[in-house]
Design a protein around this ligand. Structure first.
Ligand code: ZN
Length: 206
């Protein structure tokens, strides 16, 4: 790509480092910014800098927060002995949107993936294990993605906590609401059969 300006090239180069954004999209975004009032670009730049500089990760669950302890962990009406283990903040947001879970979370910050060079020590696993060892946890619900990395991570944590009398479970994996059975892949369909639920429980919220 030939650029008429080094400044434009540099901006496109930086923006295209973001996931899911190629050089063409980056160029379109930068040309859009050039059409905007300068003040709007300043607000964008300030918001990004402030986000990067001032964001805090909750000391207890590692969720993104504006305070040392996030709103969820600080909420006394939630069940602090039931911990839902997730990969990142997007999963917390998705689960919170269901308004069903009343426990707290533990955000790992990724999943074990040797191919990507991510080992257990790079994730927030130790703090979870310490909570379990301290007797603060009754139940752990694994809510990681249904991939080999997700399963590896679940199993790694399970091995660390299984001797401390904590109940462990994974979220159900099966046919999505509204899905036609014939279009489900065989792994999902097989799991749905193995993890079938009593009919009376099938429509319960929790
Ligand atoms: Zn928290």
């Amino acid at each position: 790509m030939e650029f008429p300006s080094k400044l434009l090239e540099k901006a496109v180069e930086e923006v295209s480092q973001l996931p899911g954004i190629g050089k063409r999209t980056a160029l379109r975004l930068m040309l859009h910014i050039l059409k905007q009032p300068e003040e709007q670009t300043l607000h964008l730049a300030e918001a990004l800098l402030k986000l990067r500089k001032d964001i805090i990760f909750c000391k207890s669950c590692h969720n993104i927060s504006d305070l040392e302890i996030c709103d969820i962990c600080a909420n006394d009406s939630r069940d602090h002995q039931t911990i839902c283990v997730v990969e990142d903040v997007r999963d917390v947001m998705a689960l919170e949107n269901t308004q069903i879970f009343k426990g707290i979370y533990h955000v790992l910050g990724g999943k074990i993936s040797p191919i990507d060079g991510v080992g257990p020590s790079q994730l927030n696993i130790q703090t979870l294990v310490e909570k379990v060892k301290a007797g603060e946890v009754k139940e752990i619900i694994f809510a990681l993605s249904s991939t080999m990395e997700g399963d590896t991570t679940n199993f790694y944590i399970y091995k660390q906590v299984k001797d401390y009398g904590v109940v462990t479970s994974t979220i159900a994996r099966g046919i999505a609401v509204g899905d036609e059975l014939e279009y489900a892949d065989e792994v999902t369909l097989g799991r749905s059969l193995v993890h079938r639920v009593p009919f009376e429980n099938a429509f319960k919220a929790v």
